[in-house]
Structure formats: C-alpha cells, structure tokens
Design a protein around this ligand. Structure first.
Ligand SMILES: [Zn+2]
Length: 171
C-alpha cells in the first residue's frame, strides 16, 4: 500500500479550464464581441441581461418599440451593431416589434430552437451572439418576404434618423 499510488494532479486536471462556447469546434467563426457573463451582467439591466444573454422574452405589448414608426436604425442593445431599419418594420399586432427583413445579410444569425415544445428559429446578433427574438415565415402578412422577425424591444436601441443624418444646410 503506497501513498504514491495516485497522482496528486489526477483529480484536478479540468477544474480551472473555462467552459468553451457552445459553438466551439463547429468551425464557424465566433462573434466579434465576446464578454464574460459578469461583464454582461454589469453592463446590462437585469431585463436586458435576461433577454439578450438568457434568451428571455419580454411580455407582449410592453416593449418600447412595439408601435414605433420613427424613422431610423435599430441597433443591438448589447453591442451597438446595426440590425434592423424602420423601413422594414411593420405592424404585425403580435405584441413585439416586427420586421420583414434584417438590415443586411449577415447582421443576424439563426439557430434552430426546439425549446418549449415549439419548432422555431431563434435570431441572434452576429456581432455579439446576443438573443434578439425569433423569425417566422409564411404567416400571410403580405410583406415582401412573408417573414416576421419578432424581436424584443429590450434587445434593440432605436437611433432616430434625425440624429444620425442632420439635414443638409441650404445654400
Ligand atoms: Zn450585438
């Protein structure tokens, strides 16, 4: 019987290795913005954190942009990436801000979501991998794409057009 029979290192090999992101090993490029959970918690309000980082959903008809028609660009609340425009926003009356297309290809990414017994497509910010909402197709809203990007207000930040592009001075 030997006290050297077992390596003292044997039991703690993986104790301090951080958990890799779920996408690790798929070969897909990761988000440009990566922050620790603590950083996100300190930068976001509890509600923002819950929706953006825990894929929560704000209650319908409570978000600040549900009925907004202001012209402008909707940025990601977490990282500031430009995601949607008022041009593609439409009144779906579903209780959340709805868009029929993102601002450009690649600004959002899609993940198959089978939680809650539903078969949905989750929409995330490509730049920081934060949860935005879901996209639905074929609902008959009569929009150019027949898609509805159902996005949480709390995931977005509207930058009104007037503050982005000052009216040109008359000569
Ligand atoms: Zn983002």
């Amino acid at each position: 019987m030997s006290i050297f029979g077992k390596s003292v290192f044997g039991n703690k090999a993986t104790d301090s290795i951080p958990t890799p992101s779920p996408e690790a090993g798929t070969g897909a490029p990761g988000p440009a913005v990566r922050k620790s959970d603590d950083e996100w918690r300190s930068e976001l309000t509890p509600e923002e954190y819950h929706v953006l980082r825990q894929a929560g959903t704000e209650r319908p008809f409570t978000g600040e942009y549900v009925d907004t028609h202001t012209e402008g660009v909707y940025q990601c609340r977490a990282c500031g990436a430009e995601l949607f425009r008022s041009n593609e926003k439409f009144d779906s009356h579903c209780g959340w801000p709805s868009f029929w297309a993102p601002l450009a290809d690649g600004t959002v990414r899609y993940i198959h979501d089978r939680t809650l017994g539903m078969d949905r497509v989750e929409v995330r910010c490509t730049n920081c991998d934060s949860h935005l909402g879901h996209v639905f197709a074929g609902e008959g809203y009569g929009t150019p794409t027949d898609q509805r990007y159902c996005i949480n207000s709390v995931s977005l930040k509207l930058v009104p057009r007037s503050t982005r592009e000052p009216a040109p001075a008359e000569s």
